[in-house]
Design a protein around this ligand. Structure first.
Ligand SMILES: [Zn+2]
Length: 214
């Protein structure tokens, strides 16, 4: 049921313009890259593209994040990539709430500080861009994409589905940023049915039946 991540254009985040951005709810290459990174783990089917250095390398090459085809990641880089993904996912999970847990963002901040990011100048303006090479550069692109989303007020729209068996990352394009589930048809309904059943069972067990479906 989960779609394949779209291929990322490596040049599209070379410079994050100061004056660019666009509408917060519009999906673009930055959104696609970040969502693809967060969804390298699929809780539902138990697969993980970052289970090995080869897996991480394949992912980087597939998304076009390392055009120079540098050396495959080291074991340390793989560990770092997984920590970065976990911290990004933890922060995205907190986006259902009005504010993020400081401990969660501190973790992410500490990891992001280890990535090479530079101030970049170009025809479109001044921005930040990934620096370094190989795996570090690829992961820096993910962080730069996150920064680009934040600049246009869209980082809070990156969320994790709260269904325990799903936990799929998605981009909330709703007008008031209120979307809760990755898919209303699947996880939304599944949880509505579960809540209904719990209410119904407790209603039957208790003295008074609660009217479901209200
Ligand atoms: Zn879901």
């Amino acid at each position: 049921m989960h779609g394949e991540p779209t291929r990322h254009d490596p040049d599209s985040i070379a410079i994050t313009s100061d004056n660019g951005g666009g509408a917060p709810s519009v999906r673009d290459a930055d959104v696609d890259l970040l969502i693809a990174f967060l969804n390298t783990v699929d809780v539902e089917d138990g697969s993980d593209e970052l289970a090995s250095t080869d897996g991480l390398h394949d992912w980087i090459v597939r998304l076009g994040l390392d055009p120079g085809a540098a050396a495959p990641p080291t074991a340390d880089e793989l560990t770092f990539a997984r920590e970065l993904r976990d911290a990004l996912r933890a922060t995205a999970r907190s986006h259902h709430e009005p504010t993020s847990d400081p401990a969660v963002t501190a973790d992410l901040d500490a990891l992001a500080s280890r990535l090479p990011v530079r101030v970049a100048f170009g025809p479109a303006g001044v921005g930040v861009a990934a620096a370094g090479d190989g795996t570090c550069r690829a992961l820096a692109r993910v962080i730069v994409a996150t920064y680009a989303l934040s600049r246009r007020g869209a980082w809070q729209r990156v969320k994790i589905c709260p269904d325990d068996t799903c936990q799929w990352a998605f981009f909330d394009t709703s007008r008031n940023r209120s979307r809760r589930w990755c898919s209303m048809e699947v996880c939304g309904n599944r949880n509505k049915v579960r809540a209904y059943r719990e209410r119904h069972v407790s209603g039957v067990a208790g003295e008074k039946d609660e009217r479901p479906g209200a």
